[in-house]
Design a protein around this ligand. Structure first.
Ligand code: MRU
Length: 344
């Protein structure tokens, strides 16, 4: 199944907190539950969060008892407000909500029933488009992958992080489908271990050769010539090409530059936020200390230890070789070329 899907008023999603041990499907019928699932990272990954927010808004419309268009639109603003509070960094969340709210402002939608139906169609369209976009990104990205490449990746950017197929992992999948014999170094991705738990699970499921590494091994692998290209995703790309992505991405990009390894971010244009001039303007989520102090139920630090747990970092554009989008690969100068690719 897809990571997230809509079934006649029920949002079904894979509970990513339970992988790789169990494949549990959550069935949500209340938009508050969707907000909870995003915040708790039952669903995570920028495009998947966007799709979840879209379906959450569609659920909110269904749950409403509003009798007029004006009343429903006002209630939808409140639903959107709750969904917007869940996670701050991935811009796809805000992009998806804005897209759906834009749709319901269409004056041709006169009754609450028409608005509910339009929201469901729009959310479904957004989810379907995500899969098509990922496949296009994969096709563009596969051009820079050679037969035999060792690809180093971070976090989870696969089917689980999107509706299906993936961003950076979509590029890996596309190269593999073209018959290129690639091998993937999978960063475990502390603290939440999306690499170890999710990326390893996906690649093993697809039979794509991979090796799990501790995050700290990446520099050694690059210095000893065992990495041909670094590919990671993005949660938000600023207008100048600075990329916010899972904590640890910046370190990889700097190491890649130092060792002459090309480094690409793979992101749909819905992740590009031209309203922000540079990465300093991107809000960086901080999460609870327990993500750092407890692994799989085992405390690994003294009780009460002070912890700082930023969930993302910003890679300055100068460390990136390119940004792979569904509309093509963007190379420097990013400021001019990103605008072109977003505005078509
Ligand atoms: O905190 P997460 O797991 O939601 O972070 C996800 C990432 O950082 C991904 O690399 C990113 O969303 C881009 S790929 C879909």
């Amino acid at each position: 199944m897809r990571t997230i899907e809509w079934d006649n008023g029920t949002v079904r999603m894979i509970d990513q907190r339970r992988l790789p041990d169990e494949l549990v499907i959550l069935e949500l019928t209340d938009y508050h539950e969707v907000a909870w699932a995003i915040r708790e990272m039952a669903v995570r990954g920028a495009p998947a969060i966007g799709a979840a927010a879209a379906f959450g808004l569609a659920l909110g419309a269904r749950q409403s008892t509003a009798r007029s268009r004006a009343e429903l639109l006002s209630e939808l603003e409140s639903v959107a407000h709750i969904l917007r509070q869940t996670r701050p960094t991935a811009v796809n969340l805000f992009w998806a909500i804005d897209r759906l709210l834009g749709r319901v402002r269409d004056p041709a939608l006169k009754t609450p029933a028409e608005i509910v139906a339009a929201l469901e169609r729009e959310a479904q369209a957004l989810a379907d488009e995500d899969v098509a976009i990922n496949r296009r990104m994969g096709a563009h990205g596969a051009e820079i992958i050679s037969d035999g490449d060792n690809i180093l990746t971070h976090c989870n950017t696969g089917s689980l992080a999107t509706v299906d197929y993936g961003t950076a992992l979509g590029v890996v999948r596309a190269a593999w489908e073209q018959g290129k014999r690639v091998h993937v170094w999978v960063d475990e991705t502390r603290p939440r271990l999306q690499g170890a738990r999710l990326t390893a699970w996906e690649l093993m499921h697809d039979g794509i050769p991979m090796t799990l590494i501790a995050d700290n091994a990446a520099g050694h692998l690059m210095r000893t010539g065992q990495v041909d290209v670094v590919l990671f995703g993005a949660d938000r790309v600023a207008a100048n090409g600075d990329v916010a992505n899972k904590i640890g991405s910046y370190k990889l990009a700097v190491l890649a530059r130092e060792n002459g390894v090309p480094c690409y971010s793979v992101a749909p244009t819905s992740t590009i936020d031209l309203s922000l001039p540079d990465g300093d303007a991107i809000p960086i989520e901080e999460r609870e200390p327990e993500e750092v102090t407890i692994i799989g139920g085992t405390r690994i630090a003294p009780p009460g230890v002070p912890v700082y747990n930023p969930a993302f970092d910003v890679t300055p554009y100068r460390y990136l070789t390119g940004i792979i989008t569904e509309n093509g690969i963007v190379y420097p100068p990013f400021k001019r070329n990103l605008r072109r690719v977003v505005e078509g």
